[in-house]
Design a protein. Structure first.
Length: 262
């Protein structure tokens, strides 16, 4: 029961949506550096290609990409079919792709809800559904296949920013993940959520540029998240050490959610 075996992900096939940038890229780095075979998928093909070039230079594992625009429903089936052709199985699905929309309450548009809930919630279910046969192919009694959904602490608390659709979508994702844990557990697949706090990402850039000191001041540990924090959590959930975790929502936020304001 040594660390090397408990946290081993070597040779596992991992699909990470939005894996070329931001939090997704942090997760991709962690898996490749620990010997996994990583497929990243996003609509920015050039970013995927560059990320794979850099990831493959790290050695140990390997990286490839399947470019896809998940706003288009038909892309879900295409990604699942392509992954079946290339790998034949899937040990870990990490649903990381996401969208945000900030606008005042009085003008917040219908299009924001359609766009954000489609990508952050509906497509997560549809992609998980589409690759379930591949997850079943990888599962065994000692090591279930894993689904890891990247949520947000804004789905656990009420944020100060006016991101109504985003907060609602992440709260919905957290509960969807629990529902999936119940249904997919019977098929040898776990489903868990990481409710991320602030990390250096494209989505957070504008907010961090303006409010980094304030944000760090609200985190009991006094800093924003690092690549090791999110990659390490995903590796734990994907390894033997996390094989019996199912239906959990893990606040990966340095204690922001539980920090007293008064």
């Amino acid at each position: 029961m040594d660390n090397a075996s408990l946290f081993d992900v070597k040779g596992k096939v991992v699909l990470i949506t939005g894996g070329a940038k931001g939090i997704g890229r942090m997760i991709s780095d962690g898996f490749v550096q620990n010997g996994a075979s990583v497929y990243i998928s996003s609509r920015d093909a050039k970013a995927c290609e560059q990320a794979c070039k850099e990831l493959n230079a790290l050695g140990k594992g390997k990286a490839d990409f399947i470019a896809a625009d998940f706003y288009k429903e038909e892309e879900i089936t295409r990604v699942a079919n392509e992954l079946k052709r290339r790998a034949g199985k899937l040990d870990v699905l990490i649903n990381n792709s996401g969208s945000n929309w900030g606008e005042s309450y009085d003008t917040y548009p219908s299009t924001a809800w359609d766009r954000v809930l489609t990508l952050n919630l509906k497509r997560v279910f549809q992609l998980t559904q589409a690759v379930t046969p591949l997850l079943e192919n990888a599962s065994c009694s000692a090591s279930p296949a894993r689904v890891i959904n990247v949520g947000s602490i804004d789905g656990l608390r009420v944020p100060a920013l006016e991101t109504f659709a985003y907060s609602a979508s992440k709260a919905g994702l957290h509960h969807l993940s629990r529902v999936l844990a119940s249904h997919l557990g019977k098929r040898g697949i776990t489903s868990n959520t990481i409710a991320c706090g602030p990390f250096e990402s494209k989505m957070m850039k504008a907010t961090l540029d303006k409010f980094k000191d304030v944000i760090e001041g609200g985190v009991p540990l006094g800093r924003i998240g690092s690549p090791e924090d999110v990659a390490g959590t995903c590796i734990w959930l994907s390894s033997r050490a996390g094989a019996w975790v199912n239906g959990a929502t893990i606040a990966l936020d340095g204690g922001s959610v539980v920090s007293a304001k008064l």
